[in-house]
Design a protein around this ligand. Structure first.
Ligand SMILES: C[S@@+](CC[C@H](N)C(=O)[O-])C[C@H]1O[C@@H](n2cnc3c(N)ncnc32)[C@H](O)[C@@H]1O
Length: 235
């Protein structure tokens, strides 16, 4: 049996979406399906409102204008936690995800606030957001997806995108004798894996897409260090 060169993370997320969609987004016990009370669901979506309020404030570092988009995209929308919150800042918001279970939950909760799709829409968009998504996609594939997203950004459009770029030693895999394969390749389907991106490659993709001034914000995801990138397409 030949081992694939990269992990099929889409299969993981399809399974998580079918089994534990909310917990898959925020891995805290109150978001396991057995504990999903009305209050816990409300707290889950309220966290999205707070997060987007913070993001919109942070975007002021790249634009003087209050954030208002005619059309916005939430890449890897999950159950719509951030997508719904984005509707406070945009006329039309689309959430895209590859996990049918996640999309079903998003549609059921959203009451038509946003649209949810399983094919990457053409756009173009005035604002593209993604949070805690690329970190779960192998970078060879994630970089292609990033370039595809940036092609869909209008001149003057905004991005708020997050990537993991390094990790603490506790999360570092050290090859031992006889074990040559990245253990992420052989984990059972449905396990969440983390991947680090190369900041140089990220900057190149943004710069080549006309986003020349980048604002970077550090974030510690339990020893996986991420950068939130804010930018605006100016050329
Ligand atoms: C941790 S959840 C985050 C959901 C949402 N961004 C939030 O913060 O509430 C990660 C999401 O990314 C989605 N995802 C994983 N790989 C993807 C891909 N290649 N394209 C689009 N979405 C993907 C998963 O299905 C899952 O819904």
């Amino acid at each position: 049996v030949s081992t694939p060169k990269t992990r099929d993370t889409d299969a993981d997320w399809r399974k998580i979406g079918d089994t534990e969609p909310h917990w898959g987004v925020i891995t805290q016990p109150e978001f396991l399906s057995e504990n999903l009370t009305e209050d816990n669901v409300a707290a889950f979506y309220a966290s999205g409102v707070d997060f987007m309020a913070y993001t919109v404030q942070a975007l002021r570092a790249v634009t003087d204008w209050p954030v208002w988009a005619a059309s916005a995209l939430d890449f890897g929308c999950g159950v719509g936690r951030l997508t719904e919150a984005m509707t406070a800042y945009a006329d039309k918001v689309v959430g895209y995800d590859i996990s049918p279970g996640m999309l079903a939950q998003a549609r059921a909760h959203g009451a038509g606030k946003a649209t949810y799709v399983d094919v990457l829409p053409d756009g173009p968009f005035d604002w593209i957001n993604s949070y805690i998504v690329f970190q779960h996609i192998p970078p060879e594939r994630g970089m292609e997806l990033l370039r595809a997203l940036l092609q869909r950004l209008k001149l003057g459009g905004l991005v708020s995108l997050q990537f993991t770029i390094y990790r603490d030693a506790i999360h570092t895999w050290v090859p031992t004798e006889g074990v040559v394969e990245d253990p992420r390749l052989t984990l059972p389907v449905g396990v969440v894996s983390m991947f680090d991106y190369d900041l140089g490659q990220l900057c190149e993709a943004f710069n080549r897409a006309g986003i020349l001034r980048l604002v970077l914000e550090h974030e510690d995801q339990g020893g996986h260090h991420a950068v939130r990138i804010y930018g605006r397409k100016t050329t």
